[in-house]
Design a protein around this ligand. Structure first.
Ligand code: 5GP
Ligand code: ZN
Length: 114
């Protein structure tokens, strides 16, 4: 997707503040952090929303979640705790239509989320 912001980060056209990368996923710091640690974990494959997942994507989603857990541990938040969020479409507040898992840590989180 040539007009997708996160695909441009995957290709390197827009260099992200990279935290982790492998052949399937990329993780980088959010430009507008909502917690002391705010990292986005994305698949390298363009998938617009959670509604576009099929069975072939299930290992990829597992890798995204595991990547978030590994980063949380590397940053020292595995015991204190952290939150992972994937927003889907307008009412959830999705603004970039390439799925991304938010990893948030470093402050007390509220529940229910706003
Ligand atoms: P959403 O609202 O779609 O769940 O999350 C999109 C996230 O992407 C937001 O937290 C926003 O701050 C982040 N974001 C938007 N543009 C950029 C950018 O150019 N660079 C980075 N690192 N994050 C971005
Ligand atoms: Zn994309």
């Amino acid at each position: 997707m040539t007009d997708c912001l996160f695909c441009k980060m995957v290709s390197g056209e827009i260099p992200p503040d990279k935290v982790y990368e492998d052949d399937q996923v990329l993780a980088f710091r959010d430009i507008n952090p909502q917690a002391p640690l705010h990292v986005l974990v994305i698949p390298k494959e363009h998938i617009a929303t959670l509604n576009d997942l099929d069975d072939t994507h299930l290992p990829l989603l597992g890798r995204m979640v595991q990547t978030a857990a590994i980063i949380a541990a590397q940053e020292g938040f595995d015991e204190r705790g952290y939150r992972t969020v994937i927003n889907c479409n307008a009412e959830a507040g999705q603004s970039v239509f390439h799925i991304h898992l938010h990893l948030l840590a470093g402050r007390a989180m509220h529940w229910p989320p706003g």
